[in-house]
Design a protein around this ligand. Structure first.
Ligand code: SF4
Length: 314
């Protein structure tokens, strides 16, 4: 190394006792620069004191939210619940889902299947927290807050199943007056007729429906709507939402089930539609199912159906 390579500082800048030290360090720096090329910060990007990028907070849709059929803002209400702000968490949840106690029991929680925490161990128990918040709201008698101005518009909802109840809830939140006409003797649709009571206790279901009624929704039972236009005009409604659901199946569907190639041909009247059968059991009309079983020699079918009838739909 040439002596000219060593930077020397004027004595007015450095104290005499540290000057030699600086000179020695600078010399060593020059030596190491021979092995590792010095970064030219005037031309190159890379490590060094010049920042060319910096982090930003972006609020993107997380996988749980994306997977939730109800489109819930899961990360928002989970954060509030984690902070012990259960009422606020429930309010956020209720912006999207009017029945958290029901979903917290019967939803097959695809949100948890999509959870990033699966890569690290196990998913966040979103389903359980949702149920906890739903049950707490029912116990405390909470009502969702909404501040939309009354529109003065009246809406007829046909059908008091999940779709009709949800539509009525959201329309009420938007300030409309809603009336539901339900053909059956109880509200709830497939939640009543298609899900066993051990999975969805009817008392919990009815609490969530009662809350929708307390918000102002009028549910008229045993009112079958045959003519939509006539019903709209007779009630003076401004709009209608038809939510007759998928509970009613056609004879053609039952017939096609018996024609599936992998099955042996079924004797006439021996194929029962599942939803129709469950609905019949709910209201005590089990005749066709048990007639079909009486024609069957399948003991396991007998056993399972009898248990189901005893335990689930009573
Ligand atoms: S459990 Fe709740 S949050 Fe999860 S997918 Fe179902 S409705 Fe959505």
């Amino acid at each position: 190394m040439k002596s000219a390579d060593i930077v020397s500082y004027p004595s007015t800048v450095l104290a005499p006792e540290i000057g030699p030290t600086i000179k020695r360090d600078m010399a060593m720096a020059r030596q190491s620069a021979d092995m590792t090329r010095a970064v030219d910060l005037t031309k190159e990007r890379g490590a060094g004191p010049v920042r060319t990028s910096h982090p930003q907070w972006l609020d993107l849709l997380p996988p749980c939210n994306n997977a939730c059929p109800a489109g819930e803002d899961i990360q928002a209400w989970l954060a509030l619940a984690q902070a012990g702000k259960y009422r606020q968490a429930w309010d956020v949840l209720m912006r999207d889902n009017p029945m958290p106690a029901v979903h917290g029991r019967v939803c097959y929680h695809p949100c948890e299947g999509a959870c990033n925490r699966n890569e690290l161990g196990a998913a966040v128990s979103i389903h359980a927290v949702e149920r906890f918040l739903g049950d707490m709201a029912a116990d405390q008698g909470w009502l969702p807050s909404f501040d939309a101005a009354a529109s003065g518009k009246r809406v007829l909802v046909v059908g008091a199943g999940p779709s009709g109840l949800s539509a009525a809830y959201h329309l009420t939140r938007l300030g409309h007056i809603v009336e539901i006409h339900e053909a059956g003797p109880v509200p709830g649709g497939m939640m009543q007729f298609g899900i066993p009571a051990y999975r969805l206790p009817r008392a919990d279901l009815m609490k969530e429906i009662a809350r929708i009624e307390r918000m102002g929704v009028r549910i008229v039972l045993n009112r079958r709507v045959e003519d939509l236009v006539a019903a709209k005009q007779a009630g003076g409604f401004d709009a209608m939402f038809v939510a007759i659901g998928a509970g009613r199946t056609s004879a053609a569907a039952s017939a096609s089930a018996s024609r599936r190639p992998e099955r042996p041909p079924a004797p006439q009247n021996s194929v029962c539609c599942a939803s129709t059968t469950l609905g019949s059991m709910k209201i005590g009309a089990t005749g066709r199912l048990f007639q079909a079983l009486a024609d069957s020699s399948d003991a396991s079918a007998w056993s399972s159906i009898t248990c189901m009838a005893r335990a689930s739909w009573r």
